[in-house]
Design a protein around this ligand. Structure first.
Ligand SMILES: [Zn+2]
Length: 176
């Protein structure tokens, strides 16, 4: 681990909640924080939480590219040796399949090995083709950085969420 370079960027663009209704990704802050704590033991890791509410500006869409969040992210993406970007979200039970769903542009070797490992550990993981409106992973891809949009099911218990994230960290430590 080189102390001067960033290995992993975690973005949580819908973490800011007002709680007048389900107005944010309810589990994303907790999931992102667990991923961050696990990954930073072996990798220089940065996590970015949303600083603007989704109803004002969706930080995962093209129209937010001039926001402070996206400009800060852009600087990080241009740094040398960034190995991976994880864009963390969560969904109400059944609005996407399974316990976790990956939104990806293509099933490359990284996605294939990650998914296979999680399935072998009896985690209900699904893959959905990402739309190009998912602007954070799109920008990472344009910078040739390995990226993954992860959606966590909001019905996961704390214990199950921790198990899933521990398994993810084990395989990230091999794959990146
Ligand atoms: Zn989201």
């Amino acid at each position: 681990m080189d102390n001067n370079s960033i290995d992993i960027i975690i973005t949580v663009p819908h973490s800011l909640c007002l709680h007048t209704y389900r107005d944010c990704d309810m589990l994303a802050k907790k999931a992102g924080t667990l991923l961050y704590k696990g990954l930073k033991e072996k990798h220089n890791t940065i996590i970015m939480f949303s600083n603007v509410h989704r109803t004002k500006l969706d930080l995962n869409r093209e129209e937010s590219r001039q926001s402070s969040f996206r400009e800060e992210l852009r600087i990080l993406l241009k740094e040398e040796n960034v190995k991976m970007l994880l864009d963390v979200h969560s969904f109400p039970n059944r609005s996407l399949p399974g316990e976790i769903t990956f939104l990806v542009f293509n099933v490359n070797n990284f996605v294939y090995r990650l998914t296979t490992w999680l399935l072998q550990n009896n985690i209900d993981v699904n893959i959905v083709t990402a739309s190009k409106v998912n602007d954070i992973i799109l920008e990472a891809e344009h910078n040739n950085i390995k990226q993954l949009l992860i959606e966590f099911n909001e019905s996961l218990t704390d214990e199950r969420l921790k198990f899933i994230i521990d398994k993810m960290i084990q395989i990230f430590n091999i794959l990146i």
